[in-house]
Design a protein around this ligand. Structure first.
Ligand SMILES: [Zn+2]
Length: 190
């Protein structure tokens, strides 16, 4: 799933009216599994100047990069974090880790050729889902439509719960960008 969809859906799911700190924690946890991928993309495109096709068809799959990306997508390591959150009685730690876990669960069912090793470092198993959020051969048209509807639904729920005008403006901007990207995706593959 796209990072912004993870962020908005997780924020809505983990939001509690009397715990406003949860929005930031859920946002952080939703982003963390994709942070190494942003670093990878920055290094490969800006520093090493590889082409886009090379980056996503070859460089991404190098074991060196996979070993950087997969710890952030490891369900057992994140569960350890959840446990630490309960031990420390830290709602912030718990929400960050729950949000990471929700991200991994969504990715588990929506990635195929680029599936993560979600049980790293204990088991190299990759679940190649029959559906993908971006591979058109694996129903990305329908999956991405469901993704955008879920993201907009989460945003409608979240909007009155965000206290700051900046938060509300960011929510609208992220949705606008998501819809534009979705329309571009549909046009490219139609
Ligand atoms: Zn992801």
């Amino acid at each position: 799933m796209h990072t912004q969809s993870h962020a908005l859906i997780n924020m809505a799911l983990l939001s509690r009216a009397h715990k406003p700190h949860r929005h930031g924690c859920a946002l952080l946890g939703a982003m963390l599994p994709d942070v190494p991928i942003f670093v990878f993309f920055g290094v490969e495109s800006l520093l090493l100047r590889h082409s886009q096709s090379e980056i996503w068809s070859e460089r991404y799959f190098l074991p060196e990069w996979q070993n950087v990306i997969d710890p952030f997508n490891s369900i057992p390591l994140i569960l350890l974090g959840v446990g630490i959150g309960y031990l420390l009685r830290s709602d912030r730690t718990r929400v960050v880790c729950w949000s990471m876990l929700l991200h991994c669960l969504a990715d588990f069912f929506l990635h195929r050729e680029d599936a993560h090793r979600h049980f790293f470092p204990f088991w190299d198993y990759k679940f190649k889902s029959p559906i993908s959020y971006w591979e058109t051969d694996y129903h990305a048209g329908i999956v991405s439509a469901v993704e955008i509807v879920a993201t907009i639904g989460a945003s409608v729920y979240l909007f009155p719960r965000l206290k700051s005008y900046f938060g509300k403006a960011a929510l609208i901007a992220v949705n606008a960008i998501s819809v534009l990207l979705y329309i571009a995706f549909i046009f490219v593959f139609a």
